[in-house]
Design a protein around this ligand. Structure first.
Ligand SMILES: Cc1ncc(COP(=O)(O)O)c(C=O)c1O
Length: 431
């Protein structure tokens, strides 16, 4: 298989030596028949696991009726999906695309349209963020490694430190038109935004007439236990006034007037879990700005096909019917407590547990401090993930130190238990 790929596939991905043939529920099977517990779910995509009968049925039934017509016409599934998304976020409208990068691209265009007549075009994004691999996506991404070799960068993006309100305020220039952040940074190492940061950015954007965008591509779609990450993050300070907001910074003082329950960004990008594995991306725009992209301003041939939208509607229906949001939250909390237990039990290997719900990270100590890993030139996280592969568990490295866990939302408690005991075995073997 390596040979076939070497000869025929552009080598832009670093691939593991694993060849999968099929999946069932939370498990994947390689061509030799070995079973793996999939705690990566296609990097936060397969939210209902593999070969879910409801997805198969939606694909079969819809494909018998209509797979594609151009967006020159109306189709029912697209309209219904837009309504379901707005119901879960707030009053606004959706545009449908095919990927996370394409969804973000649409939001960047929306921002440019919004600021165009005043000559404002600049979008601030966070250091360590990830927003996709298109030219605008890598310009927006706050990580040098994705930009290298592709200069000159698309103009109009600058990076600010994450979770630092005062830095955001200071970075705003007369050309700034929007701020985009992930509610939980995924690729950057599983770092949630603080409630204070979210509320502060909202107040700051209102004050400076900027659009506030949330990239929910990885952390959205119930992964945190709520449809979008800010709904989950701000829950913790609801009903407690703003006690959770402890900073004495100048900006945070102004937050005392803003309410967590009323928080809404102006735009949200989605993809990954939206189709449970079938490609679909989308962005939602809050009401006052929802008609900025008028006829002829933005389009995508495959955006919002009846097939993709029928599958996405089915995914939402299953999550709601089976209360998978609650399951992800409860099991995610259990999982995090277990990872914290491992950090306490094996401090020479594990630094800390990160994340919330089913977007979790196991942060390892520096490679040099783990004799069994120090000899290799590969990063600690990559070596750990490889050892987990040998033990039959799939996870995803984020940076050099963090092992990311993005399980399907319908992971069963006994599967979570199996995952933790394998992770503990691998840690033990290093300790
Ligand atoms: C937060 C975030 N935004 C955007 C993207 C890009 O999505 P896609 O690969 O579907 O273009 C990703 C992909 O990992 C992501 O994690």
């Amino acid at each position: 298989m390596r040979e076939l790929f070497n000869q025929n596939v552009i080598p832009s991905y670093g691939r593991f030596d694993l060849v999968f043939s099929h999946g069932q529920g939370s498990y994947l099977f390689d061509v030799a028949g070995k079973r793996y517990l999939d705690l990566g779910a296609g990097i936060a995509v397969c939210c209902l696991g593999h070969a879910h009968p409801a997805i198969t049925e939606a694909l079969v039934e819809q494909s018998k009726k209509l797979i594609h017509v151009s967006n020159l016409y109306f189709t029912e599934p697209q309209g219904r999906l837009a309504a379901e998304i707005a119901k879960r976020i707030g009053a606004g409208k959706c545009f449908f695309a095919n990927s996370g990068a394409e969804a973000n691209e649409g939001l960047f265009k929306l921002a440019r349209k919004f600021g165009h007549d005043e000559g404002r075009f600049e979008i601030l994004t966070a250091m360590n963020s990830f927003h996709g691999r298109t030219l605008a996506g890598i310009a927006a991404t706050g990580q040098d490694k994705v930009k290298k070799g592709f200069e000159p960068a698309t103009p109009g993006f600058r990076h600010i430190p994450f979770n630092d309100l005062d830095a955001a305020r200071k970075a705003i220039s007369p050309a700034t038109v929007a701020i985009m952040i992930e509610g939980v940074q995924g690729e950057g190492g599983v770092t949630p935004a603080t409630p204070e940061y979210l509320l502060g950015l909202r107040a700051l954007c209102d004050e400076k007439k900027l659009l506030l965008f949330m990239d929910g591509v990885q952390c959205g779609h119930y992964r945190t236990g709520r449809f979008q990450s800010w709904q989950r993050i701000l829950e913790d300070c609801r009903g407690r006034g703003n006690e959770a907001l402890t900073s004495k910074s100048e900006t945070s003082q102004r937050l005392l007037t803003s309410s967590p329950t009323e928080f809404l960004p102006d735009g949200v990008s989605m993809a990954k879990s939206l189709g449970g594995g079938f490609p679909i991306g989308a962005f939602w725009v809050r009401s006052p700005y929802a008609d900025l992209l008028g006829p002829g301003t933005h389009a995508s041939t495959f955006g919002g096909t009846p097939l993709a939208c029928a599958v996405a509607l089915k995914v939402l229906e299953v999550i709601e019917r089976e209360r998978l949001d609650e399951q992800a939250r409860k099991l995610g909390e259990w999982f995090k407590r277990e990872l914290e237990r491992l950090a306490i039990k094996y401090p020479q290997i594990v630094k800390r547990a990160r994340g919330l719900g089913f977007i979790l990270g196991l942060e390892l100590v520096e490679k040099e401090k783990i004799p069994a890993l120090a000899k290799s030139d590969k990063p600690a996280a990559l070596q750990f993930v490889n050892r987990l592969h040998e033990a039959g568990v799939l996870t995803i490295p984020a940076g050099t130190q963090i092992v990311r866990l993005l399980p399907p939302l319908n992971l069963k408690p006994q599967e979570a238990g199996e995952g933790i005991s394998v992770i503990e075995e691998v840690i033990k073997s290093l300790a």
